[in-house]
Design a protein around this ligand. Structure first.
Ligand code: 13P
Length: 243
């Protein structure tokens, strides 16, 4: 299976970024499946610009409801119509900034699936939780409660303390956590759990991508800061092992 390299632009990017970024992605063959997740307003422009590139588009959140009085929120069907095939859900920044709970994430997963979007569900422990030896227990709990029985999609393991800090867990810690996530997925989803891609996210750069992407049960990366630069994003994707 091809690895998946997804770029989470977070609250960055302008309309004028679309053409050069899409042109770089279109002109560079990649061993990995690329997914670009820009802010909502850039989705239709990116959809047009990436049409023949093989890269896919994702959104960064959706509401759990299909429509209604939810000022400032966006429903999954509109994201699909805007060109998104994927949606990031339960990112730690949304859990922290907007108080999203595991139950909220599970409801959003159902909304995404109903609209035909593939959810990328984020889990990960804080530094205090890791220091207390609770990292795996926290992530298990997040998975159990954020993934409804109908879940199909991707998981992204993003230790909160590794996001935007330049720090990454040791290879042994990434391997152990991805193995723990795999075990939960197989127990919870006997039919699909073995094949669900598990991405690693948190300070992935062109310098560390090859070693992270080569670890067992790492099916790709969810890249923040380094995805804003097309050359860096493509360099990360070029590090993906081909199997
Ligand atoms: P950085 O790659 O900037 O650490 O961000 C990771 C992330 O949060 C991706 O969703």
């Amino acid at each position: 299976m091809r690895q998946i390299i997804a770029g989470n632009w977070k609250m960055n990017g302008k309309f004028t970024d679309i053409a050069p970024y899409a042109s770089a992605l279109s002109s560079t063959p990649s061993p990995a499946q690329l997914i670009v997740c820009p802010p909502f307003p850039l989705l239709p422009g990116f959809a047009a610009a990436l049409k023949d590139s093989g890269a896919e588009l994702g959104a960064q959140d959706c509401h759990a409801n299909g429509s209604g009085a939810h000022t400032g929120d966006v429903c999954a069907a509109l994201l699909a119509e805007s060109g998104a095939s994927y949606v990031i859900l339960g990112h730690s920044e949304r859990r922290a900034d907007h108080g999203e709970t595991n139950a909220d994430v599970a409801a959003k997963v159902l909304a995404a699936l109903a609209a035909g979007l593939i959810p990328i569900v984020c889990v990960g422990e804080s530094e205090a939780e890791r220091d207390a030896g609770e990292a795996e227990a926290v992530v298990r709990q997040q998975l159990t409660h954020s993934l409804p029985p109908a879940f199909k999609g991707l998981i992204a393991y993003e230790p909160i303390w590794a996001i935007g800090t330049g720090r990454t867990p040791s290879e042994a810690d990434v391997t152990a956590m991805h193995a723990a996530i795999r075990a939960v997925l197989i127990a919870q989803f006997p039919e699909t759990g073995a094949a669900t891609p598990i991405l690693y996210g948190g300070s992935v750069t062109p310098g560390n991508a090859a070693s992270l992407l080569a670890l067992p049960e790492v099916g790709g990366a969810l890249v923040g800061g380094a995805s804003l630069n097309a050359a860096d994003f493509l360099a990360i994707a070029a590090s993906a092992p081909v199997s």
